[in-house]
Design a protein around this ligand. Structure first.
Ligand code: IPM
Ligand code: MG
Length: 359
C-alpha cells in the first residue's frame, strides 16, 4: 500500500526548499522502492491568498488522511498587518499542530564536523555537539485561554496570555523525552522556571514522578535562564532537553545557531501514534525568498526524519543523511554556511548535489 505524504510548501523560501526535498524524496522513492505518493496542499499565507484561510478545510482533510506531512515554512510581512489574527499564516501552522495533536516536537541540534567553522562559537565548544530538544507543541502559553488585549476602566489597554499546562499534557511530553533519552545518551534535563511560575512547579513535579519509571535515565532540572546561558557556554553537557512550548521555541533557535546555521536543523512534530509533520526549524525568511540562496538541507533532513519516524524507512533515512554529509565533505556550501575556501552553491545546486551523492 502506498504511503501518502502531504507536501505543504508554504510561504517565503518554503517553495524553494521544499522543491529540493521533493527531488530527494523522489530519488529515494525510486531507489528504495518506498511506494511514496506525494500530494501538495496550501498552508499559511499562500492558502490565505488562494482560499481566504491559512488552514483551509481541504488542507486539513488531506493532513488528517495522509501518513505524514512535509512542511516548508509559513509567514511574511505582507500578512503581519492582518487585523484578524486567525487569518495570519502562523495561525494556520499553530492550527494544524493543535488540531492534529502534534504535541511532541523533536528538534535535534547536531553539528556536522565539516561545519565547525561556520558556528559563531569556538570549535572546541561545539565540535561533536549532538543534542535533542523536546518541545511541547500544542499547549502552554501559545494556546492558553484567556488571551487577548482588553481595555481597562482607566482607558489603558492591557495585553494578556495564560501559561497553563495540565498534568496529562506534561506527562505525555515527559514520556516522549524520557524515551528519547533512553535511545540516546540516557540524560534528560527538564527546563522550567519553577522559581517563579507555578505551572512549571507542577511541570517539575511530574517530571520527577516519571523518573521512577525510567531508572536508566538520569533526570536533572534547570531554570530556563540558566539553560540559555549553558547552551552557549557549554552545550555538550546536554543530551536531551525537555521543555514547554515557549521556552522550547526560544532555546531551539539558540541551539540551532550552535550548529553553524539554523539552515541545517530539521524537526519532527509527532502525535501519540508517531504520525507527524516535519519541517525545518527556520522560518520563511522573506528577505531572501526567490533568490535561490536558501539552504535546503534542513528541509531535506526533515524529509529524512519523516522516513525514519513516521514511515519506518530507516535505511532510506540513513542514505539521505550520509548524502548530506558527503556534499559537506565536497566543500559545497549555501551562503548561510559559506566560509573561505569552500564552493558556494545555490539552493537547487545543493539539492542536486545531495541527489548525486545518493546515486
Ligand atoms: C517555530 C516557529 C513558530 C513557533 C512560529 C512561526 C509560529 O517559530 O516553529 O519555532 O513559534 O512555534
Ligand atoms: Mg521558533
Amino acid at each position: 500500500m502506498s504511503k501518502n505524504i502531504l507536501v505543504l510548501p508554504g510561504d517565503g523560501i518554503g517553495p524553494e526548499i521544499i522543491a529540493e526535498a521533493v527531488k530527494v524524496l523522489n530519488c529515494v522513492n525510486a531507489r528504495f522502492n518506498l511506494d511514496l505518493a506525494l500530494e501538495e496542499g496550501l498552508l499559511g499565507g499562500a492558502a490565505y491568498e488562494a482560499e481566504g484561510s491559512p488552514l483551509p478545510d481541504s488542507t486539513f482533510e488531506k493532513a488528517r488522511a495522509c501518513d505524514a506531512i512535509l512542511l516548508g515554512a509559513v509567514g511574511g510581512p505582507q500578512w503581519d498587518k492582518l487585523e484578524n489574527r486567525d487569518l495570519r499564516p502562523e495561525a494556520g501552522l499553530l492550527g494544524i499542530r493543535s488540531r492534529l495533536e502534534l504535541f511532541g516536537n523533536l528538534r535535534p541540534a547536531i553539528l556536522y564536523p565539516q561545519l565547525a567553522d561556520a558556528s559563531t562559537l569556538k570549535p572546541e565548544v561545539v565540535s561533536g555537539l549532538d543534542i535533542l530538544i523536546v518541545r511541547e507543541l500544542t499547549g502552554g502559553i501559545y494556546f492558553g485561554e484567556p488571551r487577548g488585549v482588553r481595555t481597562l476602566e482607566n482607558g489603558e489597554r492591557q495585553g494578556y496570555n495564560t501559561y497553563v499546562y495540565s498534568e496529562s499534557e506534561i506527562r505525555r511530553i515527559g514520556r516522549v523525552a524520557f524515551e528519547s533519552a533512553q535511545k540516546r545518551g540516557g540524560k534528560l534535563c527538564s527546563v522550567d522556571k519553577a522559581n517563579v511560575l507555578e505551572v512549571t512547579v507542577l511541570w517539575r513535579e511530574i517530571m520527577e514522578d516519571l523518573a521512577s519509571e525510567y531508572p536508566d535515565v538520569e533526570l536533572s532540572h534547570m531554570y530556563v535562564d540558566n539553560a540559555a546561558m549553558q547552551l552557549v557556554r557549554a552545550p555538550k553537557q546536554f543530551d536531551v532537553l525537555v521543555t514547554g512550548n515557549m521556552f522550547g521555541d526560544i532555546l531551539s533557535d539558540a541551539a540551532a545557531m550552535l550548529t553553524g546555521s539554523i539552515g541545517m536543523l530539521p524537526s519532527a512534530s509527532l502525535d501519540k501514534n508517531n504520525k507527524g509533520m516535519y519541517e525545518p526549524c527556520h522560518g520563511s525568511a522573506p528577505d531572501i525568498a526567490g533568490q535561490g540562496i536558501a539552504n535546503p538541507l534542513a528541509t531535506i533532513l526533515s524529509a529524512s526524519m519523516m522516513l525514519r519516524y513516521s514511515l519506518n524507512e530507516g535505511e532510506a533515512a540513513d542514505a539521505i543523511e550520509a548524502a548530506v554529509s558527503a556534499v559537506l565533505d565536497q566543500g559545497l556550501r549555501t551562503a548561510d554556511i559559506f566560509s573561505e575556501g569552500m564552493t558556494r552553491v545555490s539552493t537547487s545546486e545543493m539539492g542536486d548535489a545531495v541527489i548525486n551523492a545518493l546515486q
